[in-house]
Design a protein around this ligand. Sequence first.
Ligand code: SF4
Length: 303
Amino acid sequence: MDVTCYLVSPIGCCSGVKRAIGMAEQVLKMYKEAYIIEDVVHNNVVMQKMFDAGLKKVSNIDEIPDGSVVLFSVHGVAPSIVEMCEQKGLTIVDATCSVVQTIQESIKKSAAQKQKIVIMGNRYHPEVIGFLGCARDTDAFVVNSEEEVGMLPDFQDCGVTYYTQTTLRIDKATPVISALKNRYPNIARENETDLCCGTYNRQIAIIEIAKNMDLVIVLGSRSSANTTYLAELAEEYGAKNVLFVDQISEIEASVFNNVSNIAVATGASTPEYIVDETLDFLKSIIENVNIQEIAQNRICNED
Ligand code: SF4
């Protein structure tokens, strides 16, 4: 049976994750040992390689020996973490994505102007924790639903603005933003969201293709918000079967029986070698597999 395998573009890591992985590799080559408090990127396979190469994870800065190297994750950290590391005399290597850095700077400016700040996202995600830390000079709140918007204070007679986690689901963010705008008609914002291109392009691509697929394989880790949303979207937008795995070795070959088309998608933190392994596996078990990269209309440019 002929099988077509569509590679859902963009495939592999986004530019921010590529840069962070490169920085971690360089640090470990140079210093042999470095410390993190959060995974550099949300991908289990990538992180295991880093741990094997000498990276050590601790739960707080106090556990890092004086004079060591500390590596900040692609999701960024709060200013208070930077200050603690500086006070301890640690060598800081900052792998924060430039998109996250830009949002952090904007939050600091809003906070300095004493605007109230609403951050939309998962309050336990390191990026949101970093954003909250940047808003320490004002009152800041995290919301993740229309109901939570309803529970915010009135903010009478003062400016209010909002920011969003970069990796939210587009369709889930829109009603929360509408609720915020209804609640605070003067809420200040230039762009509708802070979703990054790495998130946006991948979500649009999976929404377009899912309904035509017998099987969608989403490669990445459950710790990755943007990858988890791709798997959710593939299911909700009509794929007959969705498998969400770190790597292809987790999938039984029998899954491919009676399948005529497959889509392979990656989160923004899944490197291309995991895609290559997947394609090699598919070629080894399916006699006639035709691999096609789909040239999706990108909503915005990631680079
Ligand atoms: S997903 Fe977006 S914010 Fe996160 S590293 Fe990639 S480009 Fe940066």
